[in-house]
Design a protein around this ligand. Sequence first.
Ligand SMILES: C[S@@+](CC[C@H](N)C(=O)[O-])C[C@H]1O[C@@H](n2cnc3c(N)ncnc32)[C@H](O)[C@@H]1O
Length: 222
Amino acid sequence: MFGLTEIDLGLRILGCGDGPAAFNSELTKRGGNIVSVDPIYAFNAEQIGSRISETYGAVMVQLRENHRDYVWDEIPTVEQLGSIRMSSMATFLADFDAGKQEGRYVLGELPALPFERGSFDLALSSHFLFLYSAHLSAEFHLQALQEMLRVSREVRVFPLLTLEGALSSHLPFVNEHLAKRGFAVEIERVPYEFQRGGNEMLVIRDVQPGRSNRAGSRQVET
Ligand SMILES: C[S@@+](CC[C@H](N)C(=O)[O-])C[C@H]1O[C@@H](n2cnc3c(N)ncnc32)[C@H](O)[C@@H]1O
């Protein structure tokens, strides 16, 4: 989703809206440095697990109904996708209590993050910004991205499509405002595509020296 290189995986990474994903657990196991922030971390593992089980059936029905909106090259059936997702969520749930104690799962929500300026090298967000463009305004998106850029020198967002499968109409607004503020904004193609046409990410880099605290950061290769 984010075209992450081995070098990227060695950076200080923030995942915004990571929810019950396995990325934090898996990257931590291989020695990475990652913090995930999400409002669902207000709940405990049991509560999150119950919610996942309750909604599983409805998610599967929706996937079957909208089968043609997705690309089934890597994962050929809805059932296989369901079992991969449940296994990822089990990985998350098994890691959640320890990760919360270690400060890897942090309760918080955009557009205000509970971190110091320059705490991260790379802030990622998947399936939250742009996807819910019908519910979250262009101004919210701009504030959220600026907040991510306050705490991290680079931001990547995937995908750029809405739930309806159209390119988000907020993109020109946020790109123009961020470019005016001196950030380098690019749309880059990535190797992952599940939502049909959703194979691009937005990359925003802070290219103004001295704006953020870069102590301990390294150059990112893309
Ligand atoms: C569709 S899930 C995506 C989870 C994960 N990033 C992925 O790609 O599988 C959207 C996530 O955004 C989180 N979320 C909702 N409002 C948020 C906010 N204001 N700031 C950060 N995350 C939020 C939800 O709790 C949920 O975990």
